[in-house]
Design a protein around this ligand. Structure first.
Ligand code: KG4
Ligand code: ZN
Length: 351
């Protein structure tokens, strides 16, 4: 009998205790939820070590996860004040991400779930980012519009139900986070780029006209033109030996990159007749974008659900939150489930 089949007749609990595990990139994270209430959240990051190399080195990430996973999980159980035998399910990111990194969390989760005799739930990382909103507002219910902006994805989605969404628009080239990271590199800022651009932008003015968006119809995005414009602007100034303000470049880039996200999310909500916009992904941690989105929503009488910043960047609380959605849908995984480096946005099923 496959592992998931064991739980075919499982009596589901109203408020199950779910452990979430995340190890897709450079954060080793574990968290516990009871229903939609977050009980603990532990994040052990190798970002400081990665910063020495200007980005994430997969081998360093895998080794750091191996060193940290046990402490992260036990730390999360302790912080939640529960014993592992009380857990009702173990949810873990199976993709997308770095394969070696994913395998550490996935292997740990498989053996943990098996040893406790509870269901294993395989979570798509990006759906985890979207599910962070359910923790931010425990009363949030679909349908609503989701603005997703991370290092790998940028999209506006119509979240129809807990398990189904429709892509209204997505990026045609780079993701917003990727653009932040590339612009940061041009400005000589260290990894991770997003927060460093945000910091520098506070000292500057958004006075340089960078191209704001993809000129087509609909809700698609494009960031490659903006990235090239930033590169050209800096190189031009340097070649001519002209002084320029890096802080102004950062502020101008930030507003060009973020304004369009807020505008399109609100336009999508209006198009769908939704009174709520939720957001998720690392770029949503950006203070400028948060304010912009909140204001744009308020101006149209739309409710804006923003997870706290620490639940926008990678964490396991969001994985536990999506774990609850999957638990309620009885979407349990077998022990044969494998790590997956790429998962197209909106893919149904697991492999
Ligand atoms: O969601 P995330 O943590 O990982 C992925 O699943 O991709 O997103 C990481 C991305 C990076 O590109 C990072 O530069 C960006 O989110 N990011 C930010 C901020 N914090 C993280 N971008 C802009 N402002 C921030 N404060
Ligand atoms: Zn992420």
């Amino acid at each position: 009998m496959e592992y998931a089949e064991r739980f075919a007749g499982l009596k589901l609990k109203e408020e199950p205790l779910i452990l979430g595990i995340e190890s897709s990139c450079d954060e080793t994270a574990a968290a516990v939820v009871r229903g939609r209430k977050l009980l603990s959240n532990v994040i052990l990051s190798s970002a400081a070590e990665q910063a020495k190399y200007g980005g994430v080195v997969p081998e360093i990430a895998s080794r750091a996860h191996t060193d940290a996973i046990d402490a992260a999980v036990h730390g999360a159980l302790e912080q939640a004040g529960i014993e592992k035998k009380e857990l009702d399910a173990v949810a873990v990111t199976y993709g997308a991400g770095l394969l070696g990194a994913l395998l550490v969390g996935l292997s740990f989760a498989k053996s943990f779930a098996y040893s406790l005799g509870v269901p294993l739930i395989a979570v798509d990382h990006i759906r985890g980012h979207m599910a962070a909103a359910y923790l931010a507002d425990p009363l949030l219910e679909p349908p609503f519009v989701t603005l997703l902006a991370s290092g790998g994805h940028t999209a506006v989605l119509y979240t129809k139900s807990y398990t189904e969404f429709e892509i209204l628009g997505s990026t045609r080239d780079d993701a917003a986070g990727e653009a932040f990271d590339k612009a940061a590199r041009v400005l000589g800022l260290p990894y991770p780029g997003g927060p460093n651009i945000e910091r520098l932008a506070r000292e500057g003015r958004a006075c340089i006209e960078f191209p704001k968006m993809f000129k087509g119809n609909g809700f698609d995005f494009s960031y490659s033109g903006l990235k090239t414009a930033v590169i050209n602007y800096c190189h031009n100034k340097e070649q001519k030996g002209e002084e320029y303000s890096r802080a102004d470049v950062a502020a101008s880039f930030q507003s060009a990159a973020c304004d369009v996200l807020a505008e399109r999310a609100v336009a999508a909500a209006e198009r769908c007749g939704c009174k709520t916009v939720a957001a998720g992904g690392g770029v949503i941690a950006n203070g400028y974008l948060r304010e912009k989105l909140q204001r744009a929503c308020a101006a149209k009488g739309i409710r804006c659900v923003l997870p706290e910043k620490k639940y926008c960047t990678d964490n396991a609380a969001m994985i536990a939150s999506e774990g609850l959605v999957r638990y309620r849908a009885r979407d349990f995984a077998d022990l044969s489930v494998n790590a997956c480096a790429h998962i197209p946005l909106g893919r149904k099923g697991k492999q």
